[in-house]
Every structure is written in C-alpha cells, then in structure tokens.
Design a protein around this ligand. Structure first.
Ligand SMILES: Nc1nc2c(ncn2[C@@H]2O[C@H](COP(=O)(O)OP(=O)(O)OP(=O)(O)O)[C@@H](O)[C@H]2O)c(=O)[nH]1
Length: 562
C-alpha cells in the first residue's frame, strides 16, 4: 500500500469517526431539543394560563369594586334624601369622580329619563331613556359591556392619537327614604382603566414577560387592544386552555386564555388572552440546543482527532510491516526491519508472526540455496566423472585391448575422415596392410601367450616406425593397418612399408627369434580411390606379397615387390 493510500486510510477513518460522532450527537441533540421544546411550551403555557387567570380575576375584582361603589353611592343620604338636581348631589358626584379617576362621567337621571345632575354639568338635560343603563338601572344594579362614547364623544377631550373613547356603563337605582326609586345613578368608567388594570396585573406577573395582553368579548372579538370591529384571533382557543397559534403572516405564538369571572351584577363573558412569541417562549431551549450543537461539534472534532491518532497508531506499524515485507519480496530480507511495537497486541502478534515466518522462509531459502549449490557441485563432479567414463569408454571402444592400438572401428572412422579431408585438399593418403608371416606356427610352437607378446611388440615397432600423424591399427588377428595421411605417392607408401618390414625383421622376439611380415600397399585420394577401394587393393597387394613368398612389400598400383 502506498503512503498516499495510508493517508487516505487515516483520513477516511478520521472523517468517518468524526462524522458518525457528529451525526449521533446532532441526532440526540435535535431529539432532546424537540422534547425540551415541548416541555418548555407546556411549562410556559401553564405559566401564561396562570397569569391570564390572575389578570382575569383581578379584572373581575376591580369591576366588582366599582359596582359596589356605584351601588353604595346610590344609597348615600345626599342622593337618597336631597333633590336629585341639588348642589349637594353634585358635590357628592364630583367628590367621587375626583377620588376615582377611572370615572369619565357620573350623573343622575330622573325617572322621566332626563339627566338632572352630572359631573362637570355634562349631559345635564339630555334624554337618556333609550340608554340601556337607564332602563336597567331603574330595576337594579347594572353593568354594561364596553361601547364607544355616544353622547359624551363631543363633550370630553379626545384621546391622543384619535382613538375613540370607550366606556363601561354602571348604573344603580337611587332609592328614597321610603324605599321608592327616585332616579338612576350612572357612571361611565374609562375602558382604558380596564385595559390598564389587566396590563398592570400581567406586567406585575414575572411569569408573563414579553407577553401581549388581549381582551376578548363574549363573541370572541378583540376588545383590547383596539382593533377593527369584529376582529378575532386567527384560531379559536377554548377557555382555560393554552396552545400554539399562527398568525397569517407566519408568526407563531404560545397563547393562553382565561375567562373573567362573573361579578355580582354582571356576566360580560370577557376573556383575558396572553400570548407570547414562541421564539421567546422557547428561547432557553434554543440556547440549550445551540450549546448542545457547539458541544457536539467540539466533541466530534475531539473524536475525529482521537480517530486520527488511533488510525496513525494502527497504520504506522502496518506501514513498517509492509515496508519490511516489501524488502523481503525484493530480496533484501536481511535488511527487513519488522516493528517490535505494533501499537496493539494484535498488530504486535501479527508483526511477530510475519517476522518469524519470514525468518523461517529465509532460513529455508538459504538452506535450499546451499543444497542447490551442493547439488550443482555434485552434478558437475558426476558430469565430469561421466564425461571421463565416456571418454574412457570411447577410448576403449576405439582401442584394441591387446596392443593398445586403434581397432578396426577407430581405423575406419579415421580413414573416413582422412578420405573427406583428401576430397577437400586434393592430396592423397597411403594405406598399408600388414600380416605376420606364419604366425600360426608361433602360436603352435611357443604358445598363445607368446603369440600375444609378439603381437604387442610388433605394435610398438609399428608405432615407433611411423609418425605421430600416422594411424596404426590392429584390424584383427595378426593383421595390422597403417594409414599414412598426405602421402599420395605410392613410392612414399612403399618406402614406409619397407621401413616397417625391415624394422620388424631386424627385431628380436624373445624365444620366437625372428618374425617377418608381409605388407600390401595402396593409395587413395577420396575421389577415384576411396578408402574401401584402397583397402581392397592393399589387401590384394598383401595377398600377392604372401603369394610371392612373404616377408615383402607389394604396392597395389604397380605390384612392385620391394
Ligand atoms: N597369439 C595370438 N595368436 C593369434 C591371434 N590372432 C590370431 N592368431 C593366430 O594367428 C594365426 C594365423 O594363422 P594363419 O592365418 O594361418 O596365417 P599364418 O600362420 O601367419 O600364415 P601366413 O599368414 O600365410 O604366413 C592363427 O593360428 C591364429 O590363431 C592373437 O591375438 N594372438
């Protein structure tokens, strides 16, 4: 494996471990964040619902206080006993209005439906018979729903921003000393006071920070803050409930709705709705999620770093192991450096196993090489011996056992070579055939062993009488042949034959004494006279020599006896 491949291995392991850790942590983080978000929504929703209930109860309490106030004022002596249009009644009304700024107007209407006294003298003389509070106030205490100012709209100072004046009407009958109804006491309470009371209650509740306050009417329309008539919340939400709501623009809110309790004299059906942007509601969870992501990222980087260290710890010994194995493969086994510390018990065991296996293989290889060398040496020796034996065999095959001269086979082979040479060079060769005279008598008289000695001695004489380049052979029995290369002239052949004959005749053969030979001579040239023809002619010449009385040389070409 190349260094690049090892680098890739480390990188893949690092990315894989880091990615796995990141995915796992992100998955767990997202799941935990989702659970936490749900829990947080429930928790904040319950808090909002609690705050809405508190605000609704506070609103009902304040409203009830105003109802009680109007009811009590309607029974004070100044109203019960004094003429309704008297100064005394006017002072009582003014005093009460100054004490409680939430009242926009207080006045008294006579039984015929005319305002006879009022704070600031407003609406005095006005006909209020069609006003709901008047009819209801004649019968008992009354609290009316919020409405825009009708008669007072032009008499009171307009609100900043041009927002219309809105009131809640409270009314109670004015009872005379005899218990008879004398008129109706009415009070217009600023709607702002109601809304401020709810807002204040919510603001004071630490559970409802970043919270929007909404007051709904009985039919679900928005009474506060000011909206177009009939405006409702995007989705209906049950009373005493909380949940998620989405505005058409996409904004998401956590909403809680609580009913305003019934007061002594009213059941207005209002609800206090508190809503908080879901992002604000779940902000702590988002922070927790971001922290979890940051921790997950940091942990993933740490895991990736650890994976890289681990991969390097695993791959480095493997790299060294591979390098060592490559050295062995390239025949540098002696230089192979197997890692001792494999980084882990398994790798150490692997390295040791490969090292031991390599040492065993190298040892076997060395022994095999040694055995091969020894075998080669043995083969060379055996080959040499075989060659020598073959040479000896060849020599023996070409040699006459008794005399050590060339035998007939060797003679014929050499004669054939000489014949071929003569064909190339154009020169001739001489051929002598010798036969011992009366050799049978030698054997018969002196024994076969003596005959052998005679044959051996003649062989030596033939060798000494001829040149190194000549070939002396024993063709069989007591017959010898001499091949004389490059002696084309018959005279030369005959001269050699005669020299031989005389040397033999002159020699002394132990108990035998004198031995003579007859010689037939012929010449050959390889073309017209091949060896076989020369032999035949020499044999004929020898025959003639024998016929002529033996101990002589006869040449085949001219049959001249020497
Ligand atoms: N001792 C011995 N005698 C041999 C050998 N080979 C042949 N002879 C003998 O040589 C003799 C040859 O005799 P012959 O063929 O009658 O010829 P010869 O007696 O020499 O008479 P001519 O040739 O006519 O002069 C035989 O008696 C053979 O036994 C040999 O190797 N050793």
């Amino acid at each position: 494996m190349s260094p690049r491949a090892w680098g890739s291995f480390r990188l893949r392991l690092t990315l894989g471990a880091g990615g796995l850790a990141l995915c796992t942590l992100l998955g767990v983080g997202l799941y935990a964040a989702r659970l936490a978000t749900q829990e947080r929504q429930n928790f904040v929703g319950l808090q909002l619902l609690g705050a809405a209930r508190s605000a609704a109860i506070g609103l009902a309490t304040r409203l009830q206080e105003r109802e009680r106030e109007v009811e009590i004022l309607s029974r004070v002596p100044s109203l019960a006993e004094s003429p309704l249009d008297s100064e005394r009644v006017a002072r009582s009304l003014a005093l009460r209005k100054e004490t409680n700024t939430e009242y926009a107007w207080m006045g008294v209407a006579s039984l015929d439906g005319r305002v006879v006294n009022a704070t600031g003298g407003l609406l005095v003389g006005a006909d209020v018979r069609t006003r709901p509070w008047f009819a209801a106030g004649l019968k008992g205490s009354y609290t009316g729903d919020v409405h825009q100012a009708a008669l007072l709209a032009t008499l009171l100072e307009p609100r900043p921003g041009g927002e219309p004046l809105r009131f809640i009407d409270l009314a109670a009958p004015v009872i005379g000393p005899a218990g008879q109804v004398r008129g109706v006491l009415a009070a217009h309470v600023h709607w702002d006071w109601i809304a401020n009371a709810v807002r204040k209650a919510v603001r004071e509740d630490p559970r409802a920070t970043d919270t929007e306050v909404i007051i709904l009417g009985r039919d679900g329309t928005v009474l506060y803050p000011l909206r177009a008539p009939g405006t409702r919340l995007p989705q209906a939400l049950g009373r005493e409930r909380f949940g998620m709501q989405e505005e058409p623009g996409g904004a998401s809110y956590l909403v809680a709705r609580a009913s305003v309790p019934v007061t002594q004299h009213s059941d207005l059906g209002w609800s206090v709705v508190l809503r908080q942007p879901s992002a604000a509601a779940t902000a702590p969870v988002a922070q927790l999620r971001d922290r979890l992501f940051a921790i997950g990222l940091a942990t993933s980087l740490l895991v990736a770093a650890l994976a890289y260290v681990l991969a390097a710890r695993v791959s480095r010994p493997l790299e060294r192991l591979v390098t060592a194995v490559m050295s062995v493969r390239e025949g540098r086994g002696g230089q192979a450096n197997f890692p001792r510390d494999g980084g882990s018990p398994e790798l150490s065991a692997l390295s040791d196993a490969v090292r031991e296996m390599t040492e065993t293989l190298l040892d076997r290889e060395a022994r095999l090489a040694q055995a091969n060398a020894h075998l080669e040496q043995t083969v060379a020796e055996r080959t040499c011996q075989l060659s020598q034996a073959n040479e000896e065999l060849a020599r023996l095959a070409a040699q006459d056992a008794l005399t050590g001269l060339a035998n007939r086979r060797a003679f014929e082979q050499r004669a054939a070579e000489e014949e071929a040479r003569c064909r190339r060079s154009g020169t001739g060769f001489g051929l002598l055939l010798l036969d011992i005279d009366h050799f049978k008598d030698v054997n018969d008289r002196f024994g076969h062993a003596t005959g052998d000695q005679v044959l051996q001695q003649i062989a030596r004489l033939l060798e000494s009488a001829t040149r190194e380049t000549d070939l002396v052979a024993r063709l069989g029995g007591e017959e010898f042949a001499v091949l004389l290369p490059e002696l084309g002239e018959s005279a030369d052949t005959l001269r050699v034959a005669e020299k031989i004959r005389q040397a033999i005749q002159a020699a002394h053969f132990g108990p035998v004494g004198e031995v003579t030979v007859s010689v037939g001579c012929a010449k050959g040239d390889g073309n017209d006279t091949p060896v076989q023809l020369a032999l035949r002619r020499a044999d004929e010449a020898l025959y003639k020599a024998k016929q002529a009385g033996r101990n002589r040389c006869v040449a085949a070409d001219d049959l001249t006896a020497a």
